[in-house]
Ligand binder design. Sequence first.
Ligand code: FES
Length: 79
Amino acid sequence: MHVCFCFQFNDKAVKEALDEKDGSERVRTRDVHATCSGADRPNCGKCLGHIDELIQEHPVHGENHPKNRNKIIPTLNCG
Ligand code: FES
């Protein structure tokens, strides 16, 4: 499924980027976008919410992982 239309990457690319991280540090949405796009910053930013959802669904980086419980999940401000 397409995630970012500006930079043309899909959910598989996001999952692969997340799988490469060992879980020792909190994953930031914009860093995942940068890894997948090769760009310093998003263009329109419309994909950031979807990327954040994929992070939360990830077995290591998601909010249900034991290391992430009781942490405040930052909200996105794309506007
Ligand atoms: S859809 Fe990803 S930056 Fe526009």
